[in-house]
Design a protein around this ligand. Structure first.
Ligand code: NAP
Length: 432
């Protein structure tokens, strides 16, 4: 596009934004253009019909769907012309990004459930919304119906949040819960999740950690006011987890979760997703099945925990409609990302370490020597099996990850090791 055309487009956007009926008078319907009528879109469509009377009674404006766009049906320009609010439930980034940008630039408010869109193109979309004076709302993009975005943006707007963390992917939480309760393999637990509709036919984004990483990028941006992008998030999934890791850990009083953690550390920010063991008294330890739970920490609030269903058509639709009602009720959304920040990579963690070793004297002493030289201290050790089945399961105290990984690299070369070592992080924090 030429500079001139781009300028022309901005002028059109300003004109269109100016044309938009400013907080329309009570009694006027709020006209919704719906992009996508799949699992969430269809549930949203039904929910609007079902809740229209109640929303009109409380907000003074009746929601009406004035157009629906599907792959083979509908006309985006026509919908844009008729709508006050555009609800994007297509998913993915193409063509969703283009439609959302065009809607914002035309002065429409936008509600979306699309985490990839916000995580990858947040800067561009928030800037477009700011320039046009429109709202961009996305409560359903993180933790489904759990109102974590609204709590961070509104209730905690005056709080300096130090850490946001939790279980933000229901598929992996279901799989890990299933492995723990039945002793099944990862593959069997995944098949069960697919059978029950908790995992998609192609589950790679969920089980590989990318879905949780996108959600954590969004939470970090909101919590710290910093333009955290998906590329800033280090992530790891659950595909390598073995049933025996879970059962050994149970003996040590630990349960396994895929955690997303965004925190201020050493003057910077760290945002990561990783499988992790929690002690049983941790507030996230009892969160089972496809549920999500997010904790927020700050000196002024100590900590709060929110939990609930992380997905599902009707649950997600309910969060989307909540955003529509917020817009109708005139509540502004704030998504400024103004802080400069540095990503901190080497942070402190505790680890679980699983080693398959030869059954002979001196093995434990040898491993203890490597750990000691790297200043990694051991919290507990369980020795299991004999002969070709001998294993050592250890839990370390928290320390710099770089030291632990240096020790791990050395341990992996020891000649008495019968398989690659497996390491999983452990959250040691004490909760009362
Ligand atoms: N499902 C959940 O539980 C859940 C939970 C939280 C967030 N979300 C998010 O909600 C959004 C929607 O998810 P979903 O599960 O409802 O997806 P879905 O069932 O696959 O539905 C997608 C809809 O978008 C339409 N669509 C796809 N490509 C299009 C294109 N190029 N042009 C116009 N329309 C197009 C499809 O049209 P056709 O009908 O013609 O195929 C379909 O109606 C995603 O961002 C997802 O991440 C979903």
């Amino acid at each position: 596009m030429t500079e001139r055309a781009a300028d022309g487009e901005r002028c059109d956007a300003k004109r269109a934004a100016g044309d938009r009926a400013e907080p329309a008078a009570r009694g006027e319907p709020v006209r919704i253009g719906l992009l996508g009528r799949g699992t969430v879109g269809a549930a949203f469509h039904d929910l609007v019909l079902e809740r229209a009377d109640a929303i009109e009674a409380t907000s003074g404006r009746r929601p009406e769907i004035v157009g629906v766009l599907r792959r083979s049906d509908g006309d985006f320009e026509g919908i844009l012309d008729r709508a006050d609010i555009v609800v994007e439930l297509i998913g993915g980034t193409d063509p969703a990004r283009d439609y959302v940008l065009r809607a914002l630039r035309a002065g429409r408010h936008v509600v979306t459930a699309n985490k990839q869109l916000i995580a990858q193109f947040g800067d561009e979309l928030f800037a477009a919304a700011r320039d046009a004076g429109s709202q961009l709302r996305f409560e359903a993009a993180v933790a489904g119906v759990v109102p974590v975005i609204r709590v961070i943006q509104e209730s905690l707007a005056a709080t300096e949040i130090t850490k946001v963390f939790g279980i933000v992917n229901g598929t992996t939480n279901f799989i890990l819960s299933e492995m723990a309760s039945t002793g099944s393999t990862y593959a069997d637990a995944l098949a069960r999740a697919q059978e029950l509709g908790y995992a998609e036919a192609d589950p790679s984004d969920d089980v590989g950690g990318a879905d949780a990483a996108a959600k954590m990028a969004i939470l970090a941006r909101l919590a710290f006011g910093a333009p955290v992008a998906l590329a800033d998030v280090a992530y790891q999934g659950i595909t390598e987890i073995q049933p025996e890791d879970i059962s050994y850990a149970k003996e040590l009083g630990l349960s396994l979760k895929l955690l997303g953690v965004a925190e201020r550390r050493d003057g910077g920010i760290s945002v990561r997703v990783f499988p992790c063991f929690l002690y049983s008294h941790h507030p996230l330890a009892p969160v089972e099945g496809p549920f999500n739970a997010v904790m927020v920490e700050a000196p002024t609030i100590t900590e709060i925990t929110m939990s609930g269903p992380g997905a599902g058509g009707i649950e997600t639709a309910s969060a989307v409609l909540g955003d529509v009602v917020s817009i109708v009720s005139g509540r502004a959304s704030v998504s400024a990302a103004h802080q400069r920040f540095e990503m901190v990579r080497d942070i402190s963690s505790a680890f679980y370490l699983h080693l398959e070793v030869a059954d002979r004297p001196g093995v434990l002493a040898n491993i203890a020597d490597v750990l000691g030289r790297n200043e990694v201290s051991v919290r507990s050790v369980v020795q299991r099996g004999m002969g070709n089945d001998a294993r050592l399961v250890m839990v370390m105290h928290e320390g710099p990850e770089s030291r632990f990984f240096a020790a791990l690299e050395e341990i992996a070369t020891l000649e008495f090791l019968r398989a690659q070592p497996r390491a999983i992080r452990v959250i040691e924090e004490e909760f009362v």
